[in-house]
Design a protein around this ligand. Structure first.
Ligand SMILES: O=C(O)CCC(=O)C(=O)O
Ligand SMILES: [Fe+2]
Length: 296
C-alpha cells in the first residue's frame, strides 16, 4: 500500500510488518475494507456524528501501551514548561470584545508540549504517527479521502504534559479534528471534559460558553474515562473542552497526532514561540508567504 505524506513524498507501508502497537485483532488496520475495519469505522463515524468524539478502547496492546508510557516519561523533561494567560478562543487578551463576552475570561494554560523534533523516529508514537495504515484508518473514521501530516517540524506530533497542579484549560481547537492518546494517567484529576457541539459553524452560543467557564454549565459537560492505549478522535472546533486540573504526584501525558485534510500546514512564528519556546527557519519562511492554512 502506498500513500503520500505532507511533503508529497511517496511512502510505503511495508507489507507484513506489524502496525506499531495496534491490537489488529480488534482494529484490523492491516486489512482495509475488511468486515472488522468497516465495523470499527462505522462505530467511530456514528459517535463522531452524534457528539464529535469517539474513543477506540484498547487500540494499543497493553505491553506497547506501557512502552509508550515509558517513552513519554523519557521525553517529558524536554517539554516547554511555561504558564500562559489565555482565553477559550485563543485570541489576544486585549481583543476588542463586549464586556460580558466569554473571551474576556482569562484562563491559566499550564500544560507543556514536547515538540516533534525532540521525539525520536524509532519511538512507538512516532512510528504510529507516520504509519500509512494508521493514517488511512483515521481518515476513514473522519470520512476523509486522505489526511496529511503537518509540514510543521514541531507541531505535527507532540507529547502534551500536564503536571500536578496544572491544567489545559477550556478551549476550542482551531483544527477541525484531533487524534490523541493518553500515555500516562495521573493519580487524580486530569479528566478530559467536553461540551459536545456547544457552538456551531453559525452560532457561538456565548451564554452557554460563559456558563461553563464560570462554573455554571455542569449540564453541558461530559467526562471521558480514558485509559492508556485508548485512541481518542475528537472534533474540537465546536466542542469546548479541557483537561481538568491534575492532582497527586504523577504527570498526565498524552500524545497528540496532528493531521490536516490539506497538505502543507505550518504554524505562525508567534504561536509556535508561545507553544514551544522557539521557532525554526521553516516558520519564518512560512510567515513570509502565508496563505490561509493557519494552524492557529
Ligand atoms: O491532551 C489532551 O488530552 C487534550 C489536548 C487538547 O485539547 C489540545 O491539544 O488541543
Ligand atoms: Fe484541544
Amino acid at each position: 500500500m502506498c500513500d503520500t505524506d505532507g511533503s508529497g513524498v511517496m511512502k510505503t507501508a511495508p507489507a507484513g510488518t506489524a502496525v506499531p502497537g495496534v491490537d489488529t485483532g480488534r482494529y484490523p488496520l492491516d486489512a482495509p475494507g475488511s468486515v472488522g475495519w468497516r465495523d470499527a469505522v462505522a462505530a467511530a463515524r456514528a459517535e463522531l456524528a452524534a457528539g464529535g468524539c469517539t474513543v477506540l478502547r484498547g487500540f494499543i496492546r497493553p505491553a506497547e501501551a506501557e512502552t509508550m508510557r515509558e517513552e513519554g516519561v523519557a521525553l517529558a523533561p524536554n517539554a516547554h514548561y511555561t504558564v500562559e494567560n489565555v482565553n477559550a478562543y485563543n485570541i489576544p487578551l486585549d481583543a476588542d470584545l463586549p464586556p460580558d463576552h466569554p473571551g474576556r475570561i482569562v484562563l491559566r494554560r499550564g500544560n507543556a508540549f514536547v515538540a516533534r523534533d525532540l521525539i525520536p523516529r524509532e519511538m512507538l508514537i512516532h512510528r504510529l504517527y507516520t504509519d500509512a495504515r494508521f493514517q488511512r484508518f483515521i481518515a476513514d473514521c473522519f470520512a476523509l479521502q486522505a489526511l496529511y501530516e503537518y509540514t510543521d517540524p514541531l507541531a505535527g506530533l507532540c507529547l502534551n504534559v500536564v503536571a500536578p497542579g496544572m491544567s489545559h484549560p477550556w478551549h476550542f481547537d482551531t483544527n477541525e479534528f484531533t487524534v490523541s492518546m493518553l500515555t500516562q494517567e495521573p493519580e487524580a484529576g486530569g479528566v478530559f471534559e467536553y461540551c459536545p457541539n456547544i457552538r456551531s459553524r453559525t452560532a457561538e452560543h456565548l451564554d452557554d460558553v460563559r456558563a461553563v467557564l464560570t462554573g455554571h454549565g455542569e449540564h453541558h459537560i461530559r467526562r471521558l474515562e480514558l485509559r492508556p492505549g485508548d485512541l481518542q478522535l475528537f472534533q474540537g472546533r465546536f466542542s469546548l473542552h479541557r483537561v481538568a486540573p491534575v492532582g497527586g504526584t504523577v504527570q498526565r501525558h498524552s500524545a497528540i497526532f496532528a493531521y490536516s485534510d490539506t497538505p502543507g500546514v505550518i504554524g505562525t512564528a508567534e504561536r509556535t514561540r508561545q507553544l514551544f519556546g522557539r521557532v525554526l527557519p521553516d516558520h519564518l519562511a512560512a510567515d513570509a508567504v502565508r496563505g490561509d492554512r493557519l494552524l492557529d
